[in-house]
Design a protein around this ligand. Structure first.
Ligand SMILES: Cc1cc2nc3c(=O)[nH]c(=O)nc-3n(C[C@H](O)[C@H](O)[C@H](O)COP(=O)(O)OP(=O)(O)OC[C@H]3O[C@@H](n4cnc5c(N)ncnc54)[C@H](O)[C@@H]3O)c2cc1C
Length: 292
């Protein structure tokens, strides 16, 4: 008997319009809710030509089911061999949660603004992520690590509700090998957890006090990705520590649907987060009512 999954096999896909035909080459469970999807553009030339910048997103289409925006979590050096870290929350993502490697999907993009990591060269960088925010943050993290000698002090601060919800735990040891400060905190401990428990802002206060001398703050940039509730507290702390507001970058993942400025679901006034964002400097965010 056919299941709904049969309807997304390659033969049924030609009728759907999308920019690139792609295939899910691997699926790795990360936690109970999130999986890492390795996706390859099928055409070799398209794969090699595909470029993006850290912080940009793609629209992933499951033919017959729908499409949704997802941040590219891999490094741009991998071109059209992209990785997406996806939480199963609703119609499309729960469907995706059940597909196997070899499934054909449509990929459009890349879309949106990016984190200007090249402009941060020569500076200290703080990369701060909360929860699923590590998905968009991992791309600038990997880019900075690949070009580690171009940056001064690099600190990554990541927090999740529980240890079992921490994403990409298998990579932390590798990240630390690149002479970066990596601090992890959870809201609630679980058995076996020996790290700090509390809010991400507590770690950030310590890190700012310890690692960043006053003379460095003017030349520190910060990238913040996480739930909206986190932005205000984290960014206020960064500003009060002397980090210039225009050097703080956030990714606003509002209720975006079409990703192309057509459906008017993600706009804040005349600003469309899909076209003008999702990455904004915090100065711009402060001038957008209701953004955080
Ligand atoms: C620029 C951008 C980048 C994103 N990157 C990622 C990513 O890397 N990984 C990831 O797992 N998710 C990411 N998301 C969120 C992702 O697009 C939604 O989870 C997805 O659209 C849900 O689709 P669905 O059909 O499964 O859920 P639906 O059936 O549409 O909805 C299920 C539930 O999720 C809520 N929801 C739906 N869409 C959104 C949204 N855009 N924001 C907040 N809540 C929503 C609904 O209110 C509902 O409660 C990103 C969103 C944006 C705008």
């Amino acid at each position: 008997m056919k299941t709904e999954l049969d309807f997304i096999q390659p033969a049924s896909q030609e009728q759907f319009e999308y920019s690139y035909k792609a295939e899910i080459t691997n699926v790795y469970p990360l936690t109970g809710m999130e999986k890492l999807y390795q996706i390859q553009l099928v055409d070799r030339k398209e794969r090699e030509d595909f470029t993006f910048r850290p912080g940009q997103f793609v629209m992933l289409e499951l033919p017959g089911i729908g499409e949704a925006p997802f941040s590219i979590t891999s490094s741009p050096v991998r071109h059209g061999d992209i990785e997406l870290c996806i939480r199963a929350v609703g119609n499309l993502t729960r469907f995706l949660d059940r597909v196997a490697r070899g499934t054909r999907v449509g990929i459009s993009g890349p879309f949106g603004t990016h984190f200007p990591v090249e402009k941060m060269e020569g500076e200290d960088i703080l990369l701060i992520g909360g929860g699923l925010g590590i998905a968009p943050l991992r791309s600038p993290i990997l880019t900075v690590l690949e070009n580690r000698s171009r940056y001064d002090q690099v600190d990554i601060i990541y927090g999740a509700r529980r240890p079992s919800e921490l994403l990409f735990g298998y990579e932390y040891a590798m990240w630390r090998q690149f002479d970066v400060g990596l601090d992890i905190i959870v809201d609630q401990a679980e058995e076996g957890w020996q790290g700090p428990v509390g809010l991400i802002t507590e770690l950030l206060k310590e890190r700012i006090a310890k690692g960043h001398a006053d003379r460095h703050r003017e030349r520190t940039s910060a990238i913040v990705c996480g739930p909206p509730v986190m932005f205000r507290f984290v960014c206020d702390l960064l500003i009060s520590a002397g980090i210039p507001v225009e050097k703080i970058f956030v990714s606003l993942e509002r209720r975006m649907h079409c990703g192309r400025g057509k459906c008017c679901r993600c706009n804040i006034g005349s600003t469309y987060t899909c076209l003008d964002g999702p990455v904004f400097d915090y100065w711009s965010v402060l001038n957008l009512n209701e953004a955080v």
